[in-house]
Design a binder for this molecule. Structure first.
Ligand code: ADP
Length: 426
């Protein structure tokens, strides 16, 4: 009898301006076969770190110039081939690409063709830092395996359901429309995955629950999800709006920009750099790693304490705002590096919100458990949860479902933890 082997692997690619992150997954059980990162592409000191998770798992690292994304993907393909997982394998079903900006038009994962590429290109003015790199990744992968479905999974897609009242800025409509200025939101893949997993944690369907998601990584965003549908999110035209982040200011009076121009004499690019790279936690206290900030607070460092307090104050404002937007909240969920690991942030964000039914159990909150869990006391009116995000798995799941024509029923389930995983920005 001939064995019929259905293609069951998906390669997920996340191309940054000078980096390429990847994961190869086996979609029969959502397990990770290999993952890695090429960084400093285009420099002399490029580095490829590749980890194999199966058959005598091992980590390999090599340094040396990798000129462009084409060379980077070829290097990745060589590593995978050395593990018997080459991109020429008939078991590879598709390549899923993270694309940061899908504008208003891409509401779902999309198989890439020339027209889709042109549309992603047309969105470059609203995502000048991200979309060009994402496009390069897609073009490179397409050239390598032109016969294989390449699927674009958009960071903005989950937020395209926001009503106009949440998505529009209160500025002149003609100007806004002429320049496509509106709130798009980002981290959508994570918000989608985490809100659905939270419903499952409560034993409910996504359509039955209202959830506030706090994605707190280096970039950070909140979302209000009603019955599985996003109705508001904190990032806007760009990933700068909203929460205090590692290096980004989040919400700020736009007049600060005029002031910096007119009074401080700063150029537009300098202000861009200030608000995106030298603000947030790093701007307030010099550190953007919450672990370091907590260590400094324990030593009585006042700048670190103030940075923490401002970070938490903003979180509280968004919890309150999204509580009001949703009217009824079933769960508040923390995810990403800070959300998953920093118990003091979770405790402080919820402190004093008992009247809203939000309470954290000290023991459950500080327990060292890497999995999906409730940290509110049993019987709490609103569940407070920690759900590790897994954007690569979500991209792979959506890609695989699209290729197999069952996108409507897609829902990634978490896999067993197997160590550190690369993360995606914003
Ligand atoms: P990215 O946005 O880069 O994907 P992550 O979601 O990986 O970010 O989050 C990275 C951040 O998570 C770090 O900058 C650090 O502030 C925070 N973090 C990671 N581990 C811990 C920890 N054990 N305790 C507190 N904060 C942590």
């Amino acid at each position: 009898m001939t064995e019929h082997r259905v293609a069951h692997r998906v390669l997920v690619l996340n191309s940054g301006s000078s980096s390429l992150k990847y994961q190869l997954l086996d979609m029969r059980d959502s397990s990770r076969l290999a993952a890695g990162l090429v960084e400093r592409i285009g420099e002399h000191t490029s580095r490829l770190v590749h980890t194999l998770f199966v058959d005598g798992a091992e980590r390999r690292e090599r340094t040396g110039p990798i000129g462009d994304h084409d060379a980077a993907l070829k290097a990745v393909a060589d590593e995978l081939a050395a593990d018997g997982l080459g991109l020429d394998s008939p078991e590879l079903a598709a390549i899923g690409h993270r694309v940061v900006h899908g504008g208003r038009q891409f509401t779902e994962p999309t198989v890439v063709d020339d027209a889709v590429l042109a549309e992603i290109e047309r969105l470059i003015p609203v995502a000048p830092l991200h979309n060009p790199a994402n496009l390069t990744g897609i073009r490179t992968a397409r050239a390598l395996r032109p016969d294989l479905p390449q699927v674009a999974v958009f960071d903005t897609a989950f937020h395209t359901t926001m009503p106009e009242s949440a998505a529009r800025y209160a500025i002149d409509v003609e100007t806004a429309d002429a320049h496509r200025i509106r709130r798009y939101g980002f981290h959508g893949t994570s918000h989608a995955y985490v809100s659905r997993r939270t419903a499952a944690l409560l034993g409910k369907e996504p359509s039955e629950v209202n959830v506030i998601v706090l994605h707190l990584g280096n970039g950070a965003s909140a979302s209000a999800v009603r019955g599985g549908v996003c109705v508001d999110t904190s990032m806007g035209l760009t990933p700068l709006e909203g929460l205090v982040m590692g290096t980004r200011s989040g919400d700020i009076d736009p007049a600060v920009v005029f002031h910096l121009k007119r009074v401080a004499g700063m150029a537009t690019d300098e202000i861009d750099d200030l608000l995106n790279k030298r603000s947030g936690l790093v701007g307030l206290c010099g550190d953007n790693d919450m672990r370091e900030i907590r260590r400094r607070i324990d030593e009585g460092d006042r700048a670190a304490q103030l940075a923490f307090d401002i970070y938490v104050h903003r979180l509280k404002k968004y919890i309150g705002a999204y509580y009001a937007v949703l009217g009824r909240v079933d769960a508040l969920v923390f995810t990403a590096g800070v959300g998953e690991n920093a118990a003091p942030v979770r405790e402080a964000a919820v402190a004093g919100l008992e009247q809203l039914g939000l309470v954290v159990d000290g023991g459950l909150n500080s327990a060292r458990d890497g999995g999906e869990r409730l940290i509110s006391p049993p019987g709490a009116r609103v569940a407070v949860a920690v759900v590790p995000t897994d954007e690569e798995l979500e991209i792979a799941t959506q890609t695989y479902a699209l290729v197999h024509g069952k996108l409507a029923t897609v829902c990634a389930v978490p896999r067993a933890p197997d160590g550190a995983r690369p993360r995606t920005r914003p």
